[in-house]
Design a binder for this molecule. Structure first.
Ligand code: GLC
Length: 444
């Protein structure tokens, strides 16, 4: 199985990519994701056990526009309960792993993270779907998510939506401060943020997900990789390369956001939700977040700012660096213990069918995985990020693909957060990561 994002990486100068290239590159760059999960502890959320009387339990995280609940309610072929999972992907993973380990037959259908399939597949927790989801049907989906749901020649998930880290910026505030273009580099971002904060008195220059959890890993890796560093070798996940000047430089830039007063100190505790609140309140110039955030801008109950005030582009890079937004995304998995896998699959098929994916894209602004929808004019209009940030999708980088990723993630969560908080210097963190990740990889 491929261990990297396909190797096709573009410099930021590249523009005007046609549709075919876009889809091909998306596929290439999305390649290789497979497994892993995120360990952590505990895990709240989740509802009752359910599963009796022909009712299907569909377990996934909250969706903020209500579109998902509507789609579940409209399912024509049975009674489905949307069982709310924790927002935190690590907690959700732990909760599911416990339930699977206990042999529970429910939830029958899981909407789960792109970093889970191989780990759950290797443990025998989720069912191979080859009979339900043959290759001719898989061809309707972007190549990358299909690969990411494949493990040892079998397909374990139906791609639902694609995520990549993006930079949202306040067009109006940048214009007022005399900036006609959003930043291309982290330095430019800092300069622009500083000027807007001074001129307009905006409270925060930049917010992101700096907490000690999986989202923090996604953010930290973006700084490291846009500085030319990494934690594992692009082509060999068992080769740890964390202790490099480039990796340390990436973490130094990460820390500088807080140190230089661009980001508030509290960003060290921010997940998607806190960062989103800081941006939607109108108090923030820039935010790093996933595509879903765009959908909330058009809801006056959620957002004080309007879509017209916001632009979305790929995340900045270091001087001369390459784009490297972290790849995310969610998929439909079927519990290997489900009593009626066919009924479970039917629901997964429904949510990922063209009509429902389109409604999800239009209503909740999630990026669809069916290629026909990526070029659908209505979807493109609802999701301007498909055009304005197309390069971010082309160059998205998966997290390390390893059966021990969950342990690796814990190490990164701790070190990235400690650097951001100013608790340890970047070069100490890279040394620790090298040692700890090496230990994990060797102990497999
Ligand atoms: C998003 C991504 C997912 C990632 C998570 C981190 O949900 O799709 O891949 O693990 O954010 O918070």
């Amino acid at each position: 199985m491929a261990t990297n994002g396909g190797g096709r990486r573009l410099v930021i100068a590249r523009r005007n990519i046609n549709r075919r290239d876009f889809l091909k590159l998306s596929g290439a760059s999305l390649a290789g994701i497979s497994l892993l999960g995120v360990a952590g502890c505990g895990g709240g959320g989740g509802g009752g056990q359910g599963g009796g009387g022909g009712e299907l339990i569909f377990n996934t995280g909250p969706e903020q526009t209500g579109t998902l609940q509507k789609l579940v309610d409209e399912y024509p072929d049975g009674n489905v309960q949307y069982q709310l999972a924790p927002t935190d992907t690590g907690q959700f993973f732990d909760q599911l792993r416990n339930r699977f380990q206990a042999g529970e037959a429910s939830p029958q259908v899981v909407g789960g993270d792109v970093i889970w399939p191989a780990q759950f597949a290797a443990s025998g927790f989720i069912a191979p779907l080859n009979d339900f989801f043959p290759q001719d049907q898989q061809q309707a989906f972007a190549e990358g998510p299909i690969r990411s749901n494949s493990y040892e020649g079998e397909i374990y998930g139906v791609p639902w939506y694609i995520d990549v880290g993006l930079l949202y910026y306040r067009k109006d505030l940048l214009e007022q401060a005399g900036f006609s273009e959003p930043p291309r580099t982290w330095e430019e971002l800092k300069q622009q943020a500083q000027k807007v904060m001074q001129d307009a008195g905006t409270k925060n220059g930049f917010v992101f997900q700096g907490s000690r959890y999986e989202g923090g890993v996604c953010n930290g890796l973006e700084y490291i990789r846009t500085h030319g560093g990494d934690v594992t070798d692009l082509n060999d996940v068992n080769k740890v390369v964390a202790d490099s000047p480039e990796t340390a430089a990436g973490l130094a830039t990460y820390r500088s956001m807080v140190e230089d007063g661009i980001a508030p100190q509290s960003v060290t505790t921010f997940t998607e939700l806190e960062s989103q609140a800081a941006f939607l309140s109108g108090d923030t110039v820039f935010i790093r977040n996933w595509p879903y955030l765009y959908g909330l801008l058009s809801d006056p109950e959620q957002s004080k700012i309007k879509p017209e005030q916001v632009g979305v582009v790929p995340l900045p890079v270091a001087d001369g660096g390459e784009l490297a937004g972290t790849l995310g995304g969610w998929n439909m998995f079927i519990n290997a213990n489900a009593e009626d896998p066919e009924a479970a699959y039917k629901f997964a098929e429904y949510l990922t069918a063209p009509e429902q994916q389109k409604e999800y894209a239009l209503g909740a602004k999630f990026v669809p995985t069916r290629t026909e929808l990526l070029t659908d004019p209505e979807v493109q209009e609802a999701l301007p990020v498909l055009k304005t940030a197309s390069e971010a999708f082309e160059t998205a980088r998966p997290r390390p693909v390893s059966p021990v990723y969950s342990d690796m993630s814990l190490v990164m969560q701790e070190q990235f957060n400690a650097v951001l908080a100013g608790d340890i210097p970047p070069d100490e963190a890279t040394g620790r990561m090298q040692e700890e990740l090496q230990g994990i990889v060797e102990a497999q």
